[in-house]
Design a protein around this ligand. Structure first.
Ligand SMILES: NC(=O)c1ccc[n+]([C@@H]2O[C@H](COP(=O)([O-])OP(=O)(O)OC[C@H]3O[C@@H](n4cnc5c(N)ncnc54)[C@H](O)[C@@H]3O)[C@@H](O)[C@H]2O)c1
Length: 460
């Protein structure tokens, strides 16, 4: 008996030393990449219990390998504005892990894009994509180009220049990019057109998030937001609760936010606030989602203009103050680290019951700790927002088969995927001694899938 306990303690110490040692190595190798290190730290904290049960992951150097991207491509993107002035932006593609399939992940156009943000997003994508159960690896890309204030032609020229370089490194069986912040079906359309022109063919499966009229999947634009709400709904059901009659606050008013709001409303919730990078609107009668779509999806306007149609609604300039609005469920769907410790304190004081991360890493580590300590249900982004990439993988399947599923078929499959992700997170958390902790469950369930494939594929 004493001997068994001794062996277990040794294994635990060896596992802790291993995780700590690799973290120090990653820190040394990526000293100034705070978002990347934040994502690594969060995952590593969850993974500790795995290594005492799976020493083969230590002998196969899984953590050392999974934290180093297989390839990072950085490139110059030169383009001309409408006045003929030349601009240069930087393009990135991080091809992080291909053990489960071709690299898969979005492209972001935003001035904040840098190597740390690209690597954090691509790293998170490894686990998210694994959780979907579909045959996709992980990548992420983008540019520090700011689409705000650019004309349609400028966006087209920039996007064509971006993809001219990127086209050398992607392909339907190699790397399949999609949209993300600042990249919607319009930009994907330009990329797809330019890629095919360069390749001299029609490679339908090289991008996802295409217009459903030209090779895209029905249900893709709704998938991340709907999927987030389906996941939160499963989590609520586990506690005998639902969206019916609850008050919801959603940050952002882009692709994920819009469809998270729409699905929450369809399930009976009242969504009272949403935002953009300028500020937030509060409508105590419940947000008119069709008006938000008109403003943001079709007219490309700012969210404050909602108050022109609904003068009783209030506009406030500070976006992070959105978390001071009392609500039962908060869905951060805008960007990374947008919900910090102060916001978490406010939400908890106002009685929040559940958080669903529609965005990638929107809650800081301190905020997540507070939610756990205060018994707030918490749906982590890499599980909750995996619906988008899941439907992207469905788009790849439809492209390969040269057929299209109906929106009902896609939605049914999406619901099925989200339920499976929820139950695999729940059971991984349970088997590794953290029942109900979906953050740990998501990290472990995703990691096991990739780590097993990496062992099977040998050291490379
Ligand atoms: N689109 C997808 O399918 C998908 C899938 C998984 C995860 N995500 C993640 O979801 C998040 C949103 O992506 P999206 O595709 O909806 O992008 P988007 O560009 O369509 O929308 C982003 C929204 O956030 C707003 N915003 C930006 N900074 C903000 C801030 N500090 N406070 C409040 N609002 C702010 C913008 O004004 C915009 O309304 C990102 O973290 C993205 O990585 C997106």
């Amino acid at each position: 008996m004493t001997r068994i306990v001794g062996v277990q303690t040794n294994n635990k110490n060896r596992a802790n030393d291993y995780v700590h040692g690799v973290y120090e190595l990653v820190k040394k190798r990526n000293p100034d990449e705070k978002e990347f290190l934040q994502a690594i730290r969060e995952i590593f904290d969850s993974l500790r219990p795995i290594f005492s049960k799976h020493p083969e992951f230590i002998t196969n150097g899984i953590l050392e390998r999974i934290t180093e991207p297989e390839r990072i491509i950085t490139f110059r993107v030169a383009w001309e504005d409408d006045q003929g002035k030349v601009h240069v932006n930087r393009g990135f593609r991080v091809q992080f892990n291909s053990d489960l399939g071709p690299y898969k992940g979005g492209i972001r156009f935003h001035p904040s894009v840098n190597s740390s943000i690209m690597k954090f997003l691509a790293f998170e994508q490894i686990f998210k994509n694994a959780l979907t159960g579909q045959p996709i690896g992980a990548g992420k890309g983008g540019s520090d180009f700011d689409p705000k204030g650019k004309s349609e032609r400028e966006i087209m020229r920039f996007t064509q220049s971006f993809v001219t370089e990127l086209s050398k490194y992607i392909g339907p069986d190699v790397d399949v990019p999609a949209g993300d912040i600042g990249v919607g079906k319009r930009e994907i359309g330009y990329m797809f057109g330019q890629y095919n022109r360069l390749k001299g063919g029609y490679e339908a499966g090289v991008f996802t998030g295409k217009d459903p009229n030209h090779g895209g999947s029905l249900g893709r634009k709704e998938a991340t937001g709907y999927g987030t709400v389906y996941f939160v709904d499963e989590m609520l059901k586990g506690e005998g609760k639902s969206f019916e009659g609850v008050t919801v606050v959603v940050s952002g008013s882009g692709n994920v936010s819009t469809y998270a709001m729409e699905k929450a409303i369809q399930l009976g919730a009242k969504v009272v606030a949403c935002s953009d990078s300028g500020g937030y609107i509060y409508d105590e009668n419940g947000i008119d989602i069709e008006m938000v779509k008109q403003l943001k999806e079709y007219d490309n306007k700012r969210i404050w203009e909602y108050t022109k149609a609904y003068p009783h609604a209030k506009y406030h300039e500070n976006c992070s103050d959105i978390w001071s609005i009392p609500c039962d469920i908060a869905l951060p769907c805008a960007t990374q680290n947008e919900l910090d410790e102060i916001a978490a304190h406010l939400l908890i004081a106002n009685g929040v019951k559940a958080i669903g991360e529609g965005a990638n890493m929107p809650c800081t580590q301190e905020a997540m700790t507070l939610f756990h300590e205060n018994g707030v249900l918490f749906a982590p982004g890499k599980a909750a927002n995996a619906g988008g990439v899941a439907v992207s993988a469905m788009e790849m399947s439809q492209n390969s088969m040269r057929l299209s599923w109906t929106v009902e078929e896609v939605d049914e499959k999406l619901q099925h995927v989200m339920k499976n992700i929820y139950s695999s997170c729940l059971s991984a958390a349970e088997s590794f001694g953290h029942p109900g902790n979906l953050v740990i469950g998501a990290n472990i369930a995703g990691f096991l899938k990739v780590a097993n494939a990496m062992v099977a594929h040998g050291i490379n």
